[in-house]
Design a binder for this molecule. Structure first.
Ligand code: NAP
Length: 461
């Protein structure tokens, strides 16, 4: 089939609901994927290419013409070409005059050029209306239809009408346009696909640092100390025992760190007597990555569960159990059941199970697919009320696990407290301050401040 001629009629809209022809410059991966999607959505597509040769890869029903010919057929032209080739557009300035040019390009590095690609295009072709869009959608997602994760299309441009036309196309493709304002926003939009888990950096490095610290701490107290003073080689503790000590400690501390910034925010608002002053930057950034901190905490808690479940399979644990049984047999004496100990062990396990259940619930409700389906009050109920309940249960789990051990000198090797004691400091501090904050004499003014009341209105200026 000759694509150059067969669709000429289709390109001329005859009815009002017929979609307008869209021109795409470039028959590369993205140009083809977008063209395919547009044809599916009812848009006649014409390609502008260096070669008008027909290829099997080009969507059926699309025309392929020279750039100048193709541009004349449409009011909107999508530039599916890398920025470094934009120079070839300059001789086409006349034919592109007044047309809407959609810049979809990305760079290889953050802030690679002094100006965004879209602004560069606008400088090259001042007579055209440049709109930035589609750069955060991948050709693969367009082609495979797996657009769930990237349904949002950021759009920006200086010409409101042109931007509206592009947003209409975005909607027609089943995507959600998000107006980011003028073309000045293009640099930020172009940087989005290049960012590497921006919200995860602080939680990741914090977790890494704390894990390394607690791991070394345990190695020193559980392996080095035992080797020096008891001449026992427990170096194999590195594989399971120590990770199973570090994981719950990390889970508990990180969960407490999810709620600590909220406590700081409340104290700052109470102190200032207004909510209309910005929090310090560090607190803003901390608040923004609470979800990530919570998810890492959940990962540590899950590892703790798995490490605990494999415990009975461990040679060391079986050896210790057998030694207890044999010593009772040799002494011909059965140790009576210690009811206090039985209560403590069942209680700390039950608290751990309940705490972990709530932990998982928090993790599930933080997933966009779930959080999008609950209203604000439900979300806050789960993340705040149930979150604090999870923190209380996990803190109680650790306290009951430790029991009165913190009173025993064996909990302080080299005068250093056992790791479980360290893990309780931040959660206990958070819970105590939160307890104070819910007292009516503190809660009432805080609620009023959060509703807009100001103790001293000069702060709102
Ligand atoms: P590509 O497969 O390399 O295609 C680029 C097309 O540009 C070529 O097929 C060619 O089309 C045209 N071209 C190449 N050199 C040219 C030159 N010197 N002069 C004029 N035209 C030239 O690249 P792509 O993956 O489709 O990406 C195209 C643009 O979309 C890039 O700016 C990229 O950043 C952006 N983008 C891509 C994706 C993706 O998933 N691939 C996602 C978002 C944004 P003709 O042979 O037809 O002339």
């Amino acid at each position: 089939m000759n694509k150059n001629s067969s669709n000429t009629m289709a390109l001329a809209p005859t009815t009002s609901n017929k979609r307008e022809t869209v021109c795409i410059f470039g028959t590369g991966d993205f140009g083809r994927a977008l063209g395919h999607k547009m044809i599916q959505s009812g848009y006649p597509v014409v390609y502008g290419s260096r070669s008008t040769q027909i290829s099997n890869l080009i969507p059926k029903d699309a025309e392929v013409l020279s750039h100048a010919e193709a541009a004349q057929k449409a009011a909107i032209i999508i530039i599916a070409i890398q920025r470094q080739h934009y120079n070839f557009l300059t001789p086409l300035a006349e034919v592109l005059h007044g047309k809407v040019l959609v810049d979809i390009s990305n760079n290889l590095k953050l802030n690679q050029y002094p100006e965004s690609n879209a602004e560069y295009l606008a400088q090259l072709l001042p007579g055209s209306k440049v709109v930035k869009a589609f750069n955060t959608v991948s050709a693969w997602a367009l082609q495979s239809g797996t657009l769930d994760a990237s349904r949002q299309v950021f759009v920006c441009g200086d010409d409101v009408e042109a931007k509206q036309m592009v947003m209409d196309i975005v909607r027609a493709l089943g995507l959600t346009p998000l107006d980011k304002g003028s073309l000045l926003a293009a640099q930020e939009i172009e940087n989005y696909p290049l960012q590497l888990f921006p919200m995860w950096k602080f939680p990741f490095f914090l977790s890494l640092g704390l894990t390394a610290f607690f791991f070394v701490y345990c190695v020193v107290l559980d392996i080095v100390y035992t080797y020096i003073y008891e001449n026992n080689d427990f170096s194999f503790f590195i594989a399971i025992t120590i990770p199973n000590r570090v994981c719950p400690v990390m889970a508990l501390i990180l969960l407490a760190l999810v709620y600590l910034p909220g406590i700081f925010a409340a104290i700052i608002q109470l102190y200032r007597g207004t909510k209309y002053r910005r929090f310090p930057d560090w607190l803003d950034r901390w608040m923004l990555c609470r979800k990530q901190l919570g998810l890492i905490a959940l990962a540590f808690a899950s590892l703790h569960v798995v490490f605990t479940l494999v415990s009975p399979l461990r040679a060391f644990v079986r050896w210790r159990t057998n030694r207890g049984i044999i010593s009772q047999a040799l002494n011909n004496q059965t140790e009576p059941l210690d009811h206090t100990n039985a209560w403590l062990s069942d209680s700390y396990l039950a608290l751990g199970i309940l705490g972990y259940f709530l932990f998982v619930l928090l993790g599930i409700t933080s997933l966009p697919s779930v959080s999008n389906n609950v209203n604000w009050r439900e979300f806050r109920f789960v993340q705040s009320k149930l979150g604090y309940l999870a923190l209380i249960l996990c803190t109680a789990h650790t306290m009951v696990y430790g029991g009165t051990w913190f009173l025993s000198p064996s909990a302080y090797k080299w005068y250093l407290p056992n790791i479980y004691i360290l893990s309780l400091i931040i959660p206990c501090a958070v819970l105590v301050v939160k307890f104070v904050l819910v007292f009516p004499c503190v809660d009432k003014p805080l609620t009023r401040i959060r509703q807009g009341w100001e103790r001293n209105p000069k702060y709102s200026e």
